[in-house]
Design a binder for this molecule. Structure first.
Ligand code: TYD
Length: 138
């Protein structure tokens, strides 16, 4: 039996260098995440009640980190769903390809940083949930 995509999505603990001057965390591609990092983007100034995401990717691997504040990430591979609350800058949620994701419940001042395995490519997106399900559930 092959592992469903959702089973691969988990919270990774990132290295933490604790220091009285302030803590430090780092992420190296293909070491702390199972992909080479090609792109970084971040969401910030998110108004209360806003929802982001609402799509899936065909091939993209991502690591989602709450750099500041907190938010909830809802994942769905077409077979099952799970929700993860992120609120630590030393934790990253790995999201593999073929996962529908929604992000909500942003705290005030939250910053959501995403490390991605490829450059932006609109052709890699499923923006319609029914289109996604047709491919995800066979
Ligand atoms: P989208 O991925 O839909 O945002 P989110 O998942 O956070 O809600 O992207 C929103 C817009 O930004 C869309 O027009 C595409 C554009 N965009 C880029 O141009 N480059 C990028 O790296 C990303 C992530 C988005």
């Amino acid at each position: 039996m092959t592992l469903k995509p959702l089973a691969k999505c988990e919270v990774f603990e990132l290295p933490r260098i604790s220091d009285p001057r302030g803590n430090l965390t780092f992420v190296e591609g293909e070491r702390h995440v199972p992909f080479a990092i090609q792109r970084v983007y971040y969401l910030y100034d998110v108004p209360g009640g806003a929802e982001r995401g609402g799509h899936a990717h065909r091939d993209l691997h991502q690591l989602i980190i709450a750099m500041s504040g907190s938010f909830d990430v809802h994942l769905d591979d077409g077979y099952s769903k799970k929700s993860i609350h992120l609120n630590r800058s030393y934790q990253g949620l790995y999201v593999c390809p073929m996962i529908w994701r929604e992000i909500d419940n942003f705290s005030s001042g939250a910053v959501c940083m995403v490390l991605a395995s490829n450059r932006y490519d609109e052709a890699d997106y499923y923006r319609d949930y029914q289109d996604f399900l047709r491919e995800a559930v066979k």
